[in-house]
Design a binder for this molecule. Structure first.
Ligand code: SAH
Length: 221
């Protein structure tokens, strides 16, 4: 281990203790994966030194990687089991995708910006994560070819939960995503039992836009 990697490992441990555990993240598998996974590798050189700070960080193309606490909270709320097949919409840097890949069996990740998807794919390969299928496209349509999914997560905020996701969600499945207006949203968890859907609000959040057929229109500010 060189000095730099050693420093990053220390920053990660501090991040997990002070930003996650201290604020109530208690899922041991999530804490373990976030202690282990090199978050700095998912962030370009310009912002790499900010990788473990308690806020979102730019990843290029006007997008951001969520604050560590929000990533942990969403991962905990998603409750991914080792047998689960997960749809990840808005792969961005690939950091959340990598966490899901460690927690579940197979991850299907969709990102609309090709440049980000390409970089995310390269980092996942570098880390030897081989249970992710990544594509460029409009994730608001889900990914019918690989449905049903036990879990669906989205790192961008839409006006509502896309209908296709509910259709492509397995019985007993769960969706975690931010829903609301362009400025502020609610992080919600949706569950499907016996064909019925229940929705729970988790907390207020602020995410980048989910842009697509069942999201926001890219041409509006
Ligand atoms: N989970 C990501 C968060 C990235 S920000 C991470 O850990 O880095 C949200 C991402 O959603 C952006 O990269 C944005 O381009 C993408 N996005 C927005 N609308 C989308 C859509 N309809 N389909 C796929 N990706 C989308």
């Amino acid at each position: 281990m060189d000095t730099c990697e050693g420093n990053f490992a220390g920053l990660r441990r501090a991040m997990v203790e002070h930003q996650l555990r201290a604020r109530g993240i208690s899922d041991d598998r999530v804490l373990e994966v976030m202690t282990d996974l090199p978050r700095e590798k998912f962030i370009g050189p310009t912002h790499r030194h900010e990788a473990h700070e308690d806020r979102p960080v730019p990843i290029g193309s006007g997008q951001t990687i969520s604050q560590p606490y929000i990533v942990a909270l969403m991962s905990q709320e998603l409750a991914v089991a080792p047998t689960h097949r997960v749809l990840d919409v808005g792969a961005g840097s690939g950091y959340q995708t990598a966490i899901l890949a460690r927690l579940g069996r197979q991850v299907f990740a969709v990102e609309r910006i090709a440049e980000l998807a390409e970089r995310a794919g390269a980092v996942l390969t570098e880390l030897g994560i081989d249970n992710v299928t990544l594509t460029v496209g409009d994730g608001t349509l889900g990914w019918a070819e690989h449905a049903p999914f036990d879990r669906i997560i989205c790192g961008a905020a839409g006006p509502d939960v896309p209908e296709a996701w509910i259709e492509q969600l397995a019985e007993g499945g769960r969706i975690v995503m931010p829903v609301g207006g362009l400025e502020v949203q609610n992080l919600i968890a949706l569950e499907k039992h016996g064909g019925k859907v229940t929705r729970r609000d988790i907390c207020g959040v602020r995410f980048v836009k989910l842009i697509g057929q069942h999201g926001w229109d890219n041409n509006r500010p």
